[in-house]
Design a protein around this ligand. Structure first.
Ligand SMILES: [Cu+2]
Length: 448
């Protein structure tokens, strides 16, 4: 049952996340967290259920002193392969930020000496601190929860296309030699948003790179990593099958579906997994329970803070236009950038995509880029519970590495709720929470 030890397992996971499962010489192509999640699901299925597990956590894994405990004697911080597979499946423990867990870090991870404990966490974010799904949001408990619900709604419900939600495919020839999960050609809204936010929220700000969870170098050393990713996997399934409006379309792109990953199986053999073979949880024997509290965010209905279009007033105040990359060149900013953006076709109200073209930043520290529409004065203190909030692109630090990417945000639902979906232009404000300055090349709008 034990394919590799816990240190090797975490090292492998770190390598998988940092390199995208690219192993030279054996034809491995790439990918990031998405593949890891899927492969993780596959492992769970093959080791635990095999068609007979009843879709519940096996009782044999729940006894202290058995497989929950570190078998390699490394201080109770890391856990064994079986242990982290268990935590992957411990979905109930991973719901703390999506409704049923009280919005605090689950108690099972807090007991010192337990194999699920990690001292390298943000001590200010232990219970009763409420999780923040967008870094830096403020307010009392109910205000933070309201903002969390809108963060979930914007990252998952209004991201209606596979590319917006899951991210795009890697193309052959893409140089990922210095890439990480966040600097892939196109990450999805959940990966860049709430996923990265929970990494940041959990990691210790007094340690370099917010270890453990705050950097992909060490994130998998914290057992809570697997609960977090278990929930990400669940939310992916929820996005596919259980959103308002019915089932959503998955990627049809063969560069996405045929991406290859290499991972050790239960006999420690390095095996190849094709992404398309790991997409159907029914085939894998994995299912997730219905969670009533999910309705709090799937049915969240953010209200407008503003009334009518802000374009005229913004232009009168000197806000300038920005558009396609070639017309604008490089635009640098360090706190906020307010612009007026043209919409190419106001008849296409759905699946309208705002592209932050040519975003560049040096990843020396954690940074959040928060996107608002119709809110010219938005700043780093602006609440994100209203319909003006579009989404957040969180940058996980990696010193001296340059991030160069094109984050996309679906804005059709926002414009409709704000009553400005017939306007030929909109105000877009990009807000930076962090200390690094950012460069972009344009803010074009497209349709899918
Ligand atoms: Cu992660």
């Amino acid at each position: 049952m034990e394919p590799i030890g816990s240190l090797a397992a975490t090292a492998l996971l770190c390598r998988c996340i940092l390199t995208g499962f690219s192993f030279h010489g054996i034809g491995g192509v790439c990918i990031s967290m998405r593949g890891f999640l899927l492969v993780c699901s596959g492992i769970r299925a093959s080791l635990w259920y095999s068609g007979t597990g009843g879709n519940v956590m096996p009782a044999m894994f729940l006894e202290k002193g058995s497989s929950l405990y570190d078998e390699n004697g490394i201080g109770g911080v890391c856990i064994s392969m079986r242990g982290f597979l268990l935590v992957c499946s411990g979905i109930r423990a991973s719901l703390w930020y999506s409704g049923t867990g009280g919005n605090v870090m689950p108690a099972m991870f807090l007991e010192k000496g337990s194999s699920l404990y990690d001292e390298k966490r943000n001590q200010a974010n232990l219970p009763p601190a409420i999780v923040k799904l967008v870094p830096g949001i403020n307010g009392g408990r109910s205000e933070i929860i309201k903002q969390n619900l809108n963060a979930m709604y914007q990252d998952i419900v209004t991201a209606t296309t596979a590319e917006t939600f899951m991210g795009g495919a890697y193309r052959q020839g893409t140089n990922i030699s210095s890439a990480t999960a966040v600097s892939t050609p196109l990450g999805g809204s959940m990966e860049n948003g709430i996923h990265n936010a929970v990494h940041f929220w959990t990691g210790d700000p007094t340690r370099m790179l917010y270890q453990d969870m705050g950097t992909f170098l060490t994130a998998s050393r914290d057992p809570i990593f697997y609960a977090h990713h278990g929930n990400i996997d669940r939310l992916w399934e929820k996005w596919l099958y259980d959103m308002p409006g019915g089932r959503r379309a998955f990627h049809a792109d063969s560069d996405f579906l045929d991406a290859e990953f290499y991972i050790y199986d239960e006999t420690a053999r390095l095996v190849k997994v094709i992404l398309r073979d790991a997409l159907d949880n029914n085939r894998l024997g994995v299912s997730y329970p219905d969670v009533l509290a999910d309705e709090l965010w799937t049915n969240f209905s953010p209200l407008p803070f503003t009334t009518g279009s802000a374009v005229l007033a913004a232009r009168a105040n000197g806000v300038s236009d920005v558009g396609l990359a070639l017309r604008n060149g490089a635009i640098g900013f360090s706190s906020a950038l307010c612009t007026i953006v043209k919409r190419p076709d106001i008849r296409k109200k759905q699946k309208e995509i705002l592209i932050v073209e040519g975003l560049q930043v040096i990843r020396n520290t954690f940074l959040s880029l928060i996107v608002f529409v119709n809110l010219p004065d938005a700043n780093s203190s602006s609440p994100i519970s209203s319909a003006e909030y579009v989404g957040t692109f969180n940058v996980i630090p990696a010193p001296c590495k340059l991030l160069h990417t094109n984050p996309i945000f679906e804005i059709g639902d926002n414009l409709q709720r704000l009553g400005i979906d017939n306007e030929p232009e909109i105000v877009v404000t990009l807000v930076v929470r962090g200390t690094q300055s950012i460069t972009i090349h344009g803010l074009p709008i497209g349709y899918t």
